[in-house]
Ligand binder design. Structure first.
Ligand code: E4P
Length: 217
């Protein structure tokens, strides 16, 4: 399973790239707004920093405008993947753009039927907003598991991204559900590294090691 960071904060991205286990980045309009910089400048900086895919969201509402906007955004970097929303216009624009080989991340998907439409229209990634679904009493991972089965059954080429991640448990259950990608806030990414048993055991080793004579040369 690939791990993406869901952020537009360049300091967080630097640390995650440096960790050696980051596969890509997703952004959305809220993350870009929080960064407090012009869209093109921050987007180009992130595209250059990250070896893997970077999702940038197109904000046009009508499909002809979406197509124009997606083509501009896709030109900002070879690793740019463009997010389109789960709307009728989003699906129509996706169907047209995917035929031209432009990679689209169809976002804000909250049902298997929506995922079916995204897969049929040729999405590279389908972002299922598991945390938002769980927050209203749905079982987000159930939709992920069913969507994974559907993709296998019909041989669709789309990959599932688990979005709206809120806790490390979402990462664990994403892996169990067979998600292709999980995109996480930096706080959750950082939490993946730690465990009290690891920390306690290593502290004990360090204490005992200080009693051992000799050096590794
Ligand atoms: C995936 O790309 C994101 O998680 C999606 O944009 C929504 O995230 P949020 O629910 O944290 O706003």
């Amino acid at each position: 399973m690939k791990i993406f960071l869901d952020t537009a904060d360049v300091e967080e991205i630097k640390k995650a790239v440096d960790s050696g286990v980051l596969d890509g980045i997703t952004t959305n309009p809220s993350r870009i707004a929080k960064a407090g910089r012009p869209f093109e400048s921050i987007a180009r900086e992130i595209l250059a920093m990250v070896p893997g895919d970077v999702s940038l969201e197109a904000m046009s509402e009508k499909w002809p405008d979406m197509i124009k906007e997606v083509k501009v955004l896709a030109g900002w970097g070879n690793n740019a993947v463009i997010k389109l929303p789960m709307t009728r216009d989003g699906i129509k624009a996706l169907a047209i753009l995917s035929k031209e080989g432009i990679r689209i991340n169809l976002t804000m998907v909250a049902s298997q039927n929506q995922a079916l439409l995204a897969c049929k229209a040729g999405a590279t990634y389908v972002s299922i907003i598991v945390g938002r679904m769980d927050a209203i009493g749905m079982n987000g991972m159930e939709v992920v598991r069913d969507t994974k089965e559907m993709i296998k059954e019909y041989g669709f080429g789309s990959q599932i991204i688990i979005g709206s991640v809120r806790t490390p448990l979402h990462v664990l259950t994403a892996a169990r559900a067979g998600a292709d990608v999980v995109t996480v806030p930096y706080k959750v990414f950082d939490q993946l590294f730690g465990h009290p048993l690891t920390d306690g055991g290593l502290a004990q080793f360090e204490k005992d090691w200080s009693k051992v004579e000799g050096e590794v040369t």
